[in-house]
Ligand binder design. Sequence first.
Ligand code: TRP
Ligand code: SF4
Length: 322
Amino acid sequence: MRVVSGMRPTGRLHLGHYFGVIKNWLELQNNNECFFFAADWHALSTKYEDKLSLKALSLDLIKTWIACGIDMNQSTLFIQSHIKEHAELYLILNMITPVNWLERNPSYKDLLTQNEYKDKNMAGFLTYPVLQTADIILYDAQIVPIGEDQKPHLELAREIVRRFHHLFGTELFVEPKDILTPTSKLPGIDGRKMSKSYNNSIYLDDTSEDIWQKIRNAKTDTNRIKKTDPGNPEVCVVWEYHKIFSSQQTQEEIYNACTKGTIGCVACKKQCAQNIDTFIAPIREKKEELKDELIVEMLHSSTQKAQQVAKAKLAKVNEVIL
Ligand code: TRP
Ligand code: SF4
């Protein structure tokens, strides 16, 4: 199957991204033809005034994917703005997309109620899903892995495709299906959803010391005062991490020791931080090795491949509409 997905380059990736998105991509790339890209134009739709260095952020994003195991021999990786056909198709789709479809989009309405976005109601923000539609249908994607919050965008993409087909009397595009990434069960160190804005994230390039400092401050069973107090792992964030990063045997030991009050939280956290570090270290080190110039070079042939597909599609589109 043809798979297309993107991420906005807005900053460092954390464990939530890994277990929410990247893990899914890693599985998909084995049996599908995947196109993954840094959606830098999409980042611009809300961050235009933040003076993000989008070039650097896009490279860093792709570097992190590769460090995690996304393989350029299997998957086609690129930066959205390098392929101008995204913009051309976006323009064309804007001509046939009713404004009220965009205004009633639940994601859009939802974001407008948030302080962070309400003053950023630019035309490009409203038409964000039209650009996303272009990203997808430009490559005839059959499958689009996305988070729950993106579902309305995919619905809209299908509606735009159907409208195009109806208007021009041709079945030029593929109607994309979404597959939902199971929401990551991994909480932030304060127990809330892991998110940059909550300042509770463990990043995929955190140092061993960063990881330890964060785990040291992670929320535990607050009823446990003394080391000998029996604890309840079910209300402890550290236990959630043990469940993902520690061996079955360690998990059993920790669970028993915690509930019996024979292990202190500090010792438990030390072990937890160490196991998280064992997971992150190879990603961190691989990322360190990958220099920007190398990534730029690696992106070259991948971008060309995406470019070819996009160009061919646009030629057909223009044949139909012009
Ligand atoms: N809107 C997506 C997000 O914020 C990113 C994105 C842009 C995307 N274009 C896409 C995802 C195309 C899937 C397909 O997560
Ligand atoms: Fe949490 Fe470990 Fe302390 Fe138990 S011992 S409350 S699992 S940190």
